[in-house]
Design a protein around this ligand. Sequence first.
Ligand SMILES: [Zn+2]
Length: 481
Amino acid sequence: MTPSLDSDRGPGARQEAFAADTLLLAPEHLLLREGPVREHAVLVERGKFRDVGPLAELAARHPHLTALHLPGRALMAGMIDAHHHLTQSFGKSLAYGEPSEIFRRVWVPLEASLDDEFVHAVSKLAALESLRGGFTTVCDAGTRAKGDIGALASATQEAGLRCVLGLICNDGGNDSTPEQRRALKAGAERFLREWSDAPLIHPSLAISVPEAASDEMLVAVSMLCAEARTIFQTHVNEHLASVERSVVQRGMRPLELLAHLGALGPQVLIAHGTLVTPSELNLLRNTDTAVSYNPVASQWKGNAVAPANLMAALGIRFGLGTDATRSDAFRLMDAAEAAQKLAFGLAIGDASTGGGWTWLDHATHEGARAIGLDHLIGEIAIGKEADFLLVDVDTPELCTSVDLGWDLVRLGNRDQIEAVFVAGRLRLWQGWPTDWDARALMRQVSGLAGAAIARAPIQRLHPVSAEHRRLSAAAAGGVAQ
Ligand SMILES: [Zn+2]
C-alpha cells in the first residue's frame, strides 16, 4: 500500500512518518516560485531539497524510496520575516494605541532591564511564535538588552528557527569619540567572525536609526557588511518626527543622509521606508538597497504605509516584516495586500494592487533576496535548504478554490499549518515543538514578563482598551453602550 499522511495509523504515527533522514514527499499541491503545481514531489535529504519535479520522474529516479502521499496538503516554502525584534515580542501588547516612536518610551527602557536568562526565555518564546506563524527565518534587527547576544542566538537555535542576527553598533552620533568607534568596529568584526559558521545563525550588523550613529560609523558598518557579504540593517524614514529631526540635525532626511555618505547598497536592508519621496525611491533603486515592508507596524503604530506595490514595479527589492507585532505570516500577507489596496489602490481604481501572488512571493523568495539569503532559502528548488511548511488546504474555506495563491493570502490561517520544517528537520507538528516543552517555557516567561514590565521605566500613553472606552464615553458625556 502507498504510504499516506491520512492512512489510519493514529496521531503519533503521522508525525513519525516525517522522522526519516530521507523523505520523498508527494503533496497534493506544491508551491513552486512560478505557481502551484500538482502531481509533483520533492526529495529532502541531509537538510536540503535534493530533487524537485513531477512525481513520476522522481519515483523513477529514486526507485528505492517510497513516496509519502500528502492528500489535501500544500507544501510551500517557509515564510521569511524580514524585520523582527525577538527580545521585544513579549511586550507587543504595550504598543496598542500608542503614538509613533514607541522605541523611545517603551522598547529602550524595557530591553535595557533584561538579563541573559530573560533574553533567552523571551527570544525562544518569540521564535516559537514565528515558527507557529509559518516563518522559518526571521531577520532580527538587534537587541538593546545588555549582556551576551549569544543568549538570543542559542534561543533561536534551540527552537529551530533560522535567524539573521543583527548586532547593534550605535555610537550615539557625531559626538562619539574615536575610542568608542574603534571599540564598536572591533566588536562588530569579532561578531561577524565568531558567528559565521554557527548553525541556523547568519550574523549581521545594525544601527537602530541613522541619527543614532556618526557618519563614520554608518559608513564603516555598511562597508564591513559589504566585505563580509552580510547585511546592514537600519530603521529609515519610518516616523515624521525622526525624518524631521534628521533634517534639523544633519540637513538631510535619513535616507538622503545614507545616500550622501555612500552607505547604501546591495548589502543594506532598511526597515519601513514608509515616508519616501520620489527621489528617495530612485536612491533605493539605483543603489539596489532592500526594504522591509512592515504593514502591521503601519497599522499599529505608523505614520504611513510604504509604497510597496510601486517599489515592486520599480524593481526595488523588498521582503515583508512583522517588526515584532504579530508573528503570523498569513495575516502579514493579508495586511500587506490590504494596506496597499487601502492606501494606494482605492484612490486610483487599481482593483488588483499587485494580485495575490505578489505577496506570497515577497513573503518567501523576495524576502530571502532582501535579507541576503536567496542562495540558501526562499523557494522549493534543488539545492536550497529544506525550510518548508505543510499546509492543510482541505478546509471548508478552500474547497472551492480557483486561485490557491491568492486564497492563501486572503484566507490562509496559521491553524492550517500542520508541520514546519527547517533545514529538513521537523520542528513543529500541529503548532507545537516536537522536541522541547513549550508550555513550560510559556509558564516561565509569563512569570517573568509582568515583573520586567513593572520594573522598567517605560512610559505608556494609552490606557488598556476597556479603560480607554470608559474614559472616551465619559468625555463625550455618555456611557459606553
Ligand atoms: Zn523595528
